[in-house]
Design a protein around this ligand. Structure first.
Ligand code: AMP
Ligand code: ZN
Length: 108
């Protein structure tokens, strides 16, 4: 997807502050954090949104949630908790049309 910002980040054509990466997922800091911790868990595969998921994407979505759990533990927010949020479509607040999961936490 040539014009997709998150595809460009995945392909390292646009810089980002990466905190974790594996074969199917990249996690980087949100450029405009809305809390003390605000990470984006991004699938490397270009899928527009939750609304565009198909049955065969089951495993990838599962990996996103386990990646969130892993990074939350690594950065020390797992104990006190965090929010995971998918924005879906314009009315759902989605601006970037490449599926991503927000991990948000306010650290006390
Ligand atoms: P959404 O509204 O769910 O589509 O969220 C997109 C998020 O991407 C927003 O929270 C933006 O602040 C964030 N964002 C946009 N451009 C970048 C970028 N270049 N690097 C990191 N985060 C970004
Ligand atoms: Zn994309």
């Amino acid at each position: 997807m040539e014009d997709c910002l998150f595809c460009k980040i995945v392909n390292k054509k646009v810089a980002s502050d990466i905190v974790l990466e594996d074969d199917s997922i990249i996690i980087f800091k949100d450029i405009n954090p809305k809390a003390d911790v605000h990470l984006l868990i991004v699938l490397k595969k270009h899928i527009e949104s939750v609304e565009h998921l198909v049955e065969e994407d089951k495993e990838l979505i599962s990996q996103m949630i386990f990646a969130a759990q892993k990074i939350a533990r690594q950065i020390g927010v797992a104990k006190n908790g965090y929010k995971l949020q998918f924005n879906v479509g314009r009315d759902g607040g989605q601006i970037i049309d490449h599926i991503h999961l927000h991990l948000i936490a306010n650290v006390k």
